[in-house]
Design a protein around this ligand. Structure first.
Ligand code: TXA
Ligand code: MG
Length: 364
């Protein structure tokens, strides 16, 4: 279907019972030498107020022109996302920050250091919002979450559009974030006109989110709202990293922090130690293992229906982060009664991985 035919979508009834107009979903593949066509098509759709799934270095995002509230509303509808959950705004260059946020003088130096060190890249900063950013984007909060993506396709679309891009992960609310175009298709087919496919995402988990609290004569405090690829260890060079203040579950400041999130449809149980696994007779269990090696106490624990490992190659956390959501999807589609997940060490990227596993997990 052509872009100009999009308005002739048909209504469907979503799981939550809401009607919204949808269209046929096309996948447009990008090779390095033919990025131009995909970039101009995606930016034309965005300029026309449509929503498009785009690759970022973390996960695929569902993009809308951040300055167009009607387009942003389509993002909430397609994801079945509650309107109290604000979106991240992506800017094409560091210079565009002033168009979406007002950086207070007392944290300006810190923002400069952080953006110099980590942008473009997977660090999202929560800053006081610029009045031009629609309230729908920030769910009425006085702050806005901002980052600059490092993905060449995303950056090119962002630049060509000439506006900031509001983009949450391209999954239905509460579900597993997509790290490939086919995963986006499974989540949003029929709800969006276009997915730009640039292969698998390099990081595999969503950006690290922090807010900044200045301190007289001392390094600032960074409140960690979501653990991600930029690790606590990396941030510590610039400030003291502390947990975000507990948020009420009724008015969450970062609903990605809701206890239940990233959930597969199959129950997932994260073990603390091997002995915590008590299988029930006749049930089919799959193991989400770290290395999947035979000498692992988790692999040896049971006659698993299937074993998927996060890091079959080198046993490293970076590989595990890249594969995490992909492996969760594989196991979710394997017809199991439950997915049993083995813990990983909580250092560096392991913090982000364990955070996602805990939120995907239901208690035993
Ligand atoms: O890597 C990423 O960050 C990906 C890619 C597409 O950029 N995006 C992403 O967006 O993960 P999303 O919407 O799935 O997660 C954004 C998180 C949510 O938990 C939201 O509550 C939080 O950011 N957030 C957004 N604005 C906020 C604000 N002003 N204050 C606190 N949290 C905020
Ligand atoms: Mg998300």
């Amino acid at each position: 279907m052509k872009a100009d035919g999009l308005k002739s979508g048909w209504p469907i009834v979503s799981r939550s019972g809401t009607n919204f107009r949808v269209s046929e979903t096309r996948i447009l593949q990008v090779a390095d030498d033919e990025m131009k066509e995909a970039v101009s098509e995606a930016s034309a759709l965005l300029r026309a107020g449509e929503i498009v799934a785009l690759p970022t270095e973390t996960v695929y995002g569902l993009a809308a022109d951040a300055f167009n509230p009607e387009a942003v509303a389509k993002v909430f509808a397609a994801k079945e996302r509650p309107s109290f959950d604000p979106l991240i705004v992506h800017i094409a260059s560091r210079g565009d920050l002033k168009n979406v946020a007002i950086v207070p003088p007392e944290i300006e130096e810190t923002v400069n250091k952080l953006t110099a060190a980590f942008w473009p890249g997977p660090l999202t900063l929560i800053l006081p919002k610029h009045p031009d950013v629609p309230d729908l984007v920030t769910s009425g909060l006085p702050t806005v979450a901002v980052r600059q993506s490092a993905h060449p396709v995303f950056r090119a679309v962002n630049k060509e559009l000439g506006h900031p891009i509001a983009a949450p992960s391209a999954n239905r609310f509460g579900r597993i974030s997509p790290t490939s175009a086919s995963a986006v298709m499974k989540e949003l087919e029929g709800r969006i006109p276009l997915i730009v496919d640039a292969g698998a995402c390099a990081e595999g988990v969503e950006s690290t989110i922090i807010s900044i609290e200045p301190r007289e004569g001392k390094k600032p405090v960074f409140r960690l709202h979501r653990a991600g690829p930029v690790t606590k260890e990396q941030l510590q060079e610039f400030g003291r990293v502390e947990k975000a203040r507990p948020v009420s579950q009724e008015t969450p400041q970062a609903p990605g922090q809701l206890d239940s999130h990233y959930a597969p449809l199959t129950p997932l149980h994260l073990l603390e130690k091997p002995e915590d696994f008590q299988p029930e007779e006749g049930k089919r269990y799959g193991l989400l293992s770290y290395t999947g090696e035979d000498d692992s106490p988790y692999v040896a624990l049971h006659d698993w229906e299937t074993i998927e490992s996060l890091s079959p190659g080198s046993g490293k956390l970076a590989e595990a982060a890249i594969r995490l959501f992909f492996v969760m999807r594989l196991l979710d589609e394997a017809g199991l009664d439950a997915i049993i997940a083995e813990p990983v060490s909580e250092t560096g990227l392991g913090v982000a991985i364990m955070d996602r596993l805990r939120r995907a997990s239901t208690s035993l």
